[in-house]
Design a protein. Structure first.
Length: 275
């Protein structure tokens, strides 16, 4: 959930960290809790729900489980989750706004469990949603799956970006360029940057033990975004609908392990409630 500008030197390690086999267990615990948090919110994302109340539910859940909300006070951010409805691309700040029927919304959470970060987001439908909104979300989820499928030792970060971009553009949608996935582990935002566009064979070579997020943001319209005056909220310039979904993963000897799988099978709630 970051731009390359946000990844300042003090938060990053030198190079790309290769984690040990035992480190995977720490990421599994963190990823599972992040997914459990979004599972908890699923029945509460309904018409009339106040975004600040959803944020409070997430914060209480994380703290009650002995973990920490990574976003709270991060670079001055004042909330636990990001809630981004409709044409908000990412980093929407919870507040007094109530959700309305027919809207789509991304909720993004990062938890810290024993020093390990679990970063995860998914799309929700606020009651029945339109056909075009459903199609956008389906394309976004499929693009994430294609990006993860490209992960294996010897592949490159450019292979991930190509898999996502080529599919999204074949569906007459666009990939946001201003934001990217990122390395993580015991650091929130680390190397490498995971662009959601690119060319096969370019970028960093993937090796077992790398941990990072893949989190494509897909617009129904053009890819350009703008940042609002609060310094966080990014929206589509043409006000077209935007969707995002995110997993934290680790590179294994033969592919990828997804750390943020939903224990309740609720990763696609917007599609399950669509009209």
């Amino acid at each position: 959930m970051t731009t390359t500008e946000v990844l300042d030197a003090p938060t990053r390690t030198n190079g790309i960290k290769i984690h040990k086999p035992e480190d995977f267990e720490g990421m599994r615990r963190a990823g599972r809790l992040a997914a459990e948090c979004l599972d908890l919110l699923t029945p509460h994302v309904v018409p009339g729900a106040v975004t600040d109340d959803l944020d409070r539910l997430a914060r209480e859940f994380i703290l009650d489980h002995g973990a920490l909300p990574a976003c709270l006070f991060y670079r001055g951010y004042s909330k636990t989750v990001c809630i981004s409805p409709n044409h908000v691309v990412c980093h929407g700040i919870p507040g007094a706004r109530a959700l309305r029927e027919g809207e789509i919304v991304n909720i993004d959470v990062t938890v810290i469990v024993d020093g390990w970060h679990g970063d995860h987001s998914r799309m929700y439908g606020v009651g029945p949603i339109s056909t075009k909104a459903r199609r956008l979300i389906e394309i976004t989820y499929e693009s994430l799956e294609r990006g993860i499928a490209a992960v294996k030792p010897g592949a490159t970060t450019g292979d991930i970006g190509y898999a996502i971009q080529s599919y999204v553009e074949s569906q007459r949608c666009s990939v946001v360029r201003d934001f990217c996935g990122h390395g993580l582990g015991q650091v929130f935002h680390d190397n490498p940057n995971i662009l959601h566009f690119g060319r096969k064979g370019e970028g960093a070579v993937l090796k077992p033990g790398m941990f990072f997020t893949i989190e494509p943001m897909v617009n129904l319209g053009k890819p350009q975004v703008k940042l609002l005056s609060d310094g966080w909220t990014a929206v589509t310039r043409d006000k077209s609908l935007s969707a995002q979904c995110e997993h934290s993963i680790g590179v294994t000897e033969d592919g990828a392990e997804i750390f943020t799988l939903s224990p309740e099978g609720l990763f696609r709630p917007a599609l399950e409630t669509a009209a």
